[in-house]
Design a protein around this ligand. Structure first.
Ligand code: FES
Length: 97
């Protein structure tokens, strides 16, 4: 099975996940709360991350995610809802404040 590396800032923690894993799976890999997940269904905005590298590794945003990010003022393209992403390559994200 192929694994991809996800780096989560500001801690700089590196996590390996199987190809195509949802980002919510990082919680199985570390006891640290690197990203604040809430609803896990794209509805609360708790899990917004800024993608520093590897935007293409997180797949395409669907329209619901895009609309909600725009509602949150984060529709500029480098933000994602981590609960709606799967990891298809190497990426670095920063938990938004
Ligand atoms: S956890 Fe609620 S939008 Fe991602």
């Amino acid at each position: 099975m192929a694994f991809n590396k996800l780096t989560v800032l500001p801690q700089g923690v590196e996590i390996l996940l199987p190809n195509g894993s949802p980002l919510t799976d990082i919680e199985y890999e570390t006891p640290q709360r690197l990203i604040s997940f809430g609803c896990r269904s794209g509805a609360c905005g708790a899990c917004v991350v800024e993608v520093v590298e590897g935007l293409d590794s997180l797949g395409e945003k669907d329209l619901d995610e895009l609309d909600f990010l725009e509602d949150l003022g984060r529709g500029d393209g480098n933000y994602r809802l981590a609960c709606q992403c799967r990891l298809w390559g190497e990426a670095t994200v920063r938990a938004a404040d």
